[in-house]
Design a protein around this ligand. Structure first.
Ligand SMILES: [Zn+2]
Length: 248
């Protein structure tokens, strides 16, 4: 199915990204957020694609080409900022409207991350061209670059480390709102339903490890230790593990 949305975890592979600190590297945080959103959009039946599912190196060209050729109308490029500042920023193309960026910033604020600003930026020598290649080279796709917070700000860093799921979910919600698609929050712990009650610690520890490593991202399954996974999910886990092991 042609995706309507492409999620782009910024950086990856040999490029760790500048928004790193002692708690995380930017490429990992971007991927964590992106895989979560990827799985959430699938749950919400929104056709979605992703530019990388593992620690892959992508050139600017590879990345823009993937987005441009995806057939999608929208692209969310996930990043973590650095350089002294506080809060979230959303950067959009000079050729698109601030509506979606504004919704995103509002939802990130609702999840407890201060909204710093939304803005556009042009090439210094050509005011008719976007500064960022993800805007300039992705054709007619409406691409937003989200900087979830500053890695070098202790408050942002802690928030990103602890509440990245909530922030990622805020963006899922704003996309549904913007594109008029029904939104349903992720299902909460439902003890008894999937065997979530009285789970021995060693079982839950192993499950939590899979989420921490980004091997499993669908939160609905975290509290269903005794339910079998569909074959495709097992395949995704093995594929992610394989990609993880293959890239040094
Ligand atoms: Zn970045």
């Amino acid at each position: 199915m042609t995706p309507i949305l492409v999620i782009d975890p910024g950086h990856g592979g040999i490029d760790p990204g500048g928004g790193s600190n002692q708690l995380f590297t930017e490429k990992e945080k971007n991927l964590q957020i992106s895989l979560y959103q990827y799985s959430r959009f699938q749950t919400l039946n929104i056709p979605v694609a992703i530019t990388r599912t593992g620690d892959t190196t992508l050139t600017s060209d590879d990345r823009a080409t993937l987005v441009r050729n995806s057939g999608a109308r929208y692209c969310i490029s996930n990043h973590v900022n650095a350089g002294g500042g506080r809060g979230a920023e959303v950067i959009y193309s000079i050729y698109s409207s601030p509506t979606f960026p504004r919704l995103i910033l509002d939802d990130l604020e609702a999840e407890g991350m201060p909204g710093r600003r939304i803005f556009t930026r042009t090439l210094p020598n050509n005011p008719s061209k976007d500064y960022y290649f993800m805007h300039r080279e992705t054709g007619s796709v409406e691409t937003v670059i989200i900087e979830y917070g500053f890695a070098d700000n202790p408050l942002d860093a802690e928030k990103l480390d602890r509440d990245w799921r909530e922030l990622a979910e805020g963006v899922v919600r704003s996309f549904c709102e913007y594109t008029n698609r029904p939104y349903k929050p992720p299902t909460q712990t439902n003890p008894g339903d999937g065997g979530g009650a009285n789970v021995p610690e060693w079982k839950q520890e192993a499950i939590d490890w899979m989420f921490k490593e980004g091997l499993l991202t669908n939160e609905d399954w975290r509290h269903e230790p005794d339910k079998p996974l569909p074959l495709w999910a097992e395949a995704v886990i093995l594929k992610r593990l394989y990609e993880k092991l293959r890239t040094p």
